[in-house]
Design a protein around this ligand. Structure first.
Ligand code: ATP
Ligand code: MG
Ligand code: MG
Ligand code: MG
Length: 471
């Protein structure tokens, strides 16, 4: 079956509508009244109000397709077949209604029935928690899955501290030996870190309360929370090697080929660049569409960092001037059936991206020269450590996010002194604080101005590092 991404997305909604679910629209990427989260990172993140009982849904069965951002996977992006910073999560949910049996049976039906996705059942295997005999037996007896394709692994337990928790079961698609040539690889099993067994769907059975004293008691009302990556299932449906050759990304890659004059599928280094660009432009366009703007703190800093990361990879394709903004209409075109917001704000999004690109380009080449001369200097001293104060210099004077510098120097076999960088940041904060005290003691009338000068930079790292991931 060759289905488009638009069809797969719609099919998921239709399937669960047939099973009595109400459709919840995709919410903004920017969390609403949830200070624990920088970005919406899963389908369940926007439905917390139902899961914690604050709001009782009209219909306890919910289906959604939720745009999500995860930065914890950023190092993988461009290098694995399956990771993105922006992706769509397909999910079905039960708020105290159906439980394991229906969740598993419907998941299986959706994936294998000819009426729906129609995967070959022999290609699917699952993982369950070692103590979850209930799920194990449903897979074995109700579904008829051979026991060697039901793998018990300890990690299959969903627990974020106090609150609801429980075991989960994950569904993997076997893409065949060519995706895992090294059959000796100890990680080559469903649930291991490999690209042969592609994780497509996570079904979470929230059945315990994790109590403050670290005991677990059964929940009176059990919930189901599932998440499947649209890009991953589409890559299996369309038979592509990675998510990036699907109809969700290919137009972006083609466009980048035109801009750069280079071809995709030439070598691994340039392919990674094409993929990073295609990935990051979606994240940047959608987050600006939802109201984020590049800045030096919190969400804005993530945005800036992604944009600059894309610009740095673009250099490997010989692109040396602002270009990302030119990809926005392609993003809008691919997504407009389901997400009109990018199309609606297209020119605004382009303007923001273009000016941010221009800003970075002004200092980029100079910063890169400095970066290589520092590496040269250290290498001559026999050191492979990039000093923290220079990471800071690049950040402060040339607008290189710390992570960007780290990636650059690591690619050249260096390590960056991140601890030293943190110290420099702390010194900078200290200087800002005492500058503020000074202005106070001088009784400067315009204290507002003083605040702007001292406060506008250097926050946000902590936020990034404590960013939590729920599903
Ligand atoms: P992986 O092990 O591949 O990193 P995960 O176990 O971290 O995935 P979950 O938290 O279980 O992912 O999320 C549910 C589903 O969402 C996954 O099974 C996958 O299909 C999709 N997904 C998760 N993270 C990403 C990502 N960074 N990019 C694309 N899809 C993702
Ligand atoms: Mg992950
Ligand atoms: Mg996983
Ligand atoms: Mg998972």
């Amino acid at each position: 079956k060759n289905l488009s991404s638009v069809e797969v997305r719609q099919m998921f909604i239709d399937f669960f509508k047939e099973k009595g679910h109400g459709v919840e629209p995709s919410a903004s990427l920017i969390p609403h009244e949830d200070p624990t989260l920088l970005w919406i990172n899963s389908g369940v993140a926007t439905l917390k109000k139902y899961f914690d009982g604050r709001v009782v849904p009209e219909n306890p069965r919910i289906v959604n397709v939720q745009k999500s951002i995860r930065t914890n996977d950023i190092e993988n992006v461009g290098f694995t077949a399956r990771h993105h910073t922006f992706f769509e999560m397909l999910g079905n949910f039960s708020i105290g209604d159906y439980f394991k049996e229906e969740a598993i049976e419907w998941g299986w039906e959706f994936l294998t029935s000819d009426k729906w996705i129609g995967f070959d059942e022999n290609k699917l295997s699952v993982t369950v928690h070692p103590q979850d005999d209930e799920a194990y037996n449903i897979w074995k007896d109700k579904i008829g899955l051979p026991e060697e394709r039901i793998i018990r692994i300890e990690e299959n337990f969903w627990d974020i501290g106090e609150g609801p928790s429980g075991p989960n079961t994950e569904i993997f698609y076997d893409r065949g030996e060519s995706f895992g040539n090294n059959l000796e690889d100890p990680e080559l099993y469903p649930g291991g870190e490999n690209e042969r067994y592609l994780e497509i769907w996570n079904l979470v059975f929230s059945q315990f309360n994790h109590n403050p004293d670290n005991t677990y008691t059964p929940l009176p009302k059990k919930n189901i929370d599932t998440g499947m990556g649209l890009e991953r299932i589409v890559s299996v449906v369309q038979g592509t090697r990675t998510n990036f050759e699907t109809d969700l990304f290919l137009p972006l890659i083609k466009h980048t080929e035109e801009i750069s004059g280079r071809s995709y599928d030439e070598n691994e280094t340039t392919d990674a660049a094409f993929k990073v660009i295609a990935d990051h432009i979606r994240t940047v366009a959608f987050s600006i569409g939802d109201g984020a703007l590049p800045s030096n703190e919190g969400r804005g800093y993530v945005l800036r960092r992604l944009l600059r990361r894309a610009v740095r990879f673009a250099k490997q394709l010989g692109i040396d001037e602002p270009f990302l903004y030119k990809l926005v209409p392609a993003v809008a075109g691919i997504m407009e059936d389901f997400y009109p917001e990018v199309k609606n704000k297209e020119s605004f999004i382009q303007t923001v991206i273009k000016s941010e690109e221009q800003r970075f380009h002004e200092t980029l080449n100079e910063g890169l020269d400095i970066l290589s001369s520092i590496m040269k200097r250290e290498a001559e001293k026999g050191s492979q450590v990039f000093p923290g104060e220079d990471v800071f210099l690049l950040y402060d004077t040339y607008g290189f996010p710390k992570e960007l510098t780290v990636e650059y120097v690591e690619a050249e076999g260096f390590t960056a002194d991140e601890e030293g960088f943190r110290k420099e940041m702390e010194n900078q904060r200290e200087r800002a604080r005492s500058a503020r005290q000074k202005t106070d003691s001088m009784q400067i009338q315009n204290s507002v101005l003083g605040d702007i000068h001292t406060e506008s930079k250097f926050v946000g790292y902590d936020l990034l590092e404590t960013e939590s991931v729920v599903t």
